[in-house]
Ligand binder design. Structure first.
Ligand code: TGC
Ligand code: FAD
Length: 392
């Protein structure tokens, strides 16, 4: 079994900006990742299997609903603690962070924000404890970046709704107990519905042959005349803004998570470069390798500062969608660049499963696409600063 030697880089003493609670939450997540994720994650990724054994541990560190109030089973933490948990989990693996992001921001968040009291009480405590797992169905085969064009729909049948359509690329779908599904009513307005496993006509086939996020299960959601009870409709918000509001929360978590992946790549490459000898010297003594490492820590530090400030704004309720887009876009691209450079520092060893770098790099190819692609986030910034939409 491999020993996880990770030491977190903190070049600008960001710890000084954190409260005791932030550090406690972060350190608990860090220790859990070292103890329970690092030893098993490479094998899970190689075998393309989601390691269900970690569900209890994720619940234990508060990764399911970190900012959901304690009365509903959440951890009742602030947004910086939420971010730090995502950072530590993604330091282990982006796929594990995906599972936590979906459960917290894409399933618990809409039920908490847009659901009624009965729905909150029925679903949130079980989701917080990991007894039930959830997934989020927005993307369709013909509607990815443009979810407003979705064709999944439901009709009012008097005592229930009849749901038809399909969703694709859905994290956690193969094993989820419930799905928060976005569909149009007869007037074309988008609503969220809670669909439960076992409802007749509802199936969740797994998507195979991914080279990325292999430790996360991805699949479809197929609705063939599914009878959904009327009490399963989320009553308190409708329109495209409802699912997009959930994405704000998940994208914020990803902006922290990507830093975790970058920190792991940098730390691994730094350690290796001091140990690996070529031409009778450690490769860390060569200027070209120092350039790579120096640029990595510079970019990680800039991302840490950007994201910490975003967390403060989020705590104050002031963070905008466009600010979140900037951080998601910047940090994921930064993490991919760090992973690619770190892999080069490692030479041939960088392509093996002996080290985490290649796995991080492949995972980040999904992270740069989901929750809004790199280009979509650039267009969100462009629209914000010019006032002109370049989407259509
Ligand atoms: P647009 O006309 O701009 O907006 C429609 C309505 O929504 C409102 N709105 C928002 N509301 C809340 N939060 C936000 N972030 C919002 N952004 C927009 C907007 O005000 C408007 O409201 P109203 O009342 O006027 O109707 O919409 P558009 O159709 O032009 O699309 C804009 C665009 C392209 C930015 C958006 O659709 C988008 O973000 N596309 C990317 C799709 C995406 O991110 N999909 C993610 C799927 S989930 C996922 O990937 C999970 S991976 C999870 C994991 O494993 O970690
Ligand atoms: P497309 O929208 O077809 O885009 C293809 C390319 O065209 C991209 O480069 C894009 O940037 C570009 N493009 C599109 N429109 C424009 C434009 N207007 N201007 C310029 N360029 C444009 N979705 C969910 O709902 N739930 C999930 O749990 C989920 N999990 C996922 C897990 C994984 C592993 C992956 C890979 C995806 C997941 N997704 C999920 C889907 C993800 O959100 C979409 O893949 C993403 O939104 C992009 O949609 P698309 O793949 O259809 O690409």
């Amino acid at each position: 079994m491999k020993t996880d030697l990770f030491q977190a880089p903190d070049y600008y003493n960001l710890d000084d900006l954190l409260s005791e609670e932030h550090k406690m939450v972060r350190d608990a997540a860090r220790e859990w990742v070292k103890r329970d994720v690092s030893p098993i994650i490479e094998e899970a990724a190689q075998e393309a299997k989601f390691p269900k054994s970690i569900i209890n541990g994720l619940a234990g560190i508060g990764a399911f609903g970190p900012y959901i109030p304690e009365e509903y089973g959440g951890a009742g933490l602030d947004q910086i603690s939420y971010g730090l948990i995502m950072q530590e989990i993604e330091r282990g693996d982006s796929g594990v962070r995906s599972t936590a992001s979906v459960q917290s921001s894409l399933v618990m968040y809409p039920i908490y924000q847009y659901g009624n009291e009965e729905q909150r009480k029925k679903y949130l405590p079980k989701l917080a404890s990991g007894e039930w797992m959830g997934c989020f169905g927005l993307t369709e085969p013909d509607h990815g970046s443009n979810p407003g064009g979705m064709t999944t729909n439901f009709k009012d049948q008097g005592d229930h709704y009849l749901l038809n359509g399909a969703k694709l690329w859905i994290s956690n779908s193969p094993f989820a107990d419930i799905a928060v599904v976005w569909a149009k009513d007869e007037s074309g307005r988008i609503h969220g519905l809670i669909v439960e496993r076992g409802m007749e006509g509802f199936s969740t086939p797994e998507t195979h042959n991914k080279w990325s996020l292999r430790a996360s299960a991805t699949g479809e959601l197929i609705f063939d005349n599914v009878k959904v009870p009327k009490e399963n409709l989320l009553p308190n918000k409708s329109g495209l803004g409802a699912p997009l509001g959930c994405l704000d929360s998940a994208r914020y978590g990803i902006s922290w998570g990507a830093i975790g992946a970058a920190m792991d790549c940098y730390d691994t490459a730094l350690r290796y470069s001091k140990e690996r000898m070529q031409f009778d010297k450690p490769i860390a003594s060569f200027q070209l390798q120092q350039k790579k490492l120096a640029e990595m820590i510079t970019e990680i530090t800039k991302a840490q500062l950007l994201t910490w400030r975003l967390g403060v704004l989020k705590n104050e309720g002031k963070a905008t969608t466009a600010q979140i887009s900037m951080a998601k876009r910047n940090n994921v691209a930064m993490a991919l660049d760090v992973a690619r450079e770190a892999r080069q520092v490692m030479g041939a060893m960088g392509i093996t499963g002996e080290y985490s770098i290649m796995r991080h790099m492949m995972n980040l190819e999904s992270v740069i696409t989901y929750e809004g692609t790199h280009d979509i986030h650039l267009l969100i910034t462009g629209m914000d600063i010019t006032g002109i939409s370049a989407f259509k």
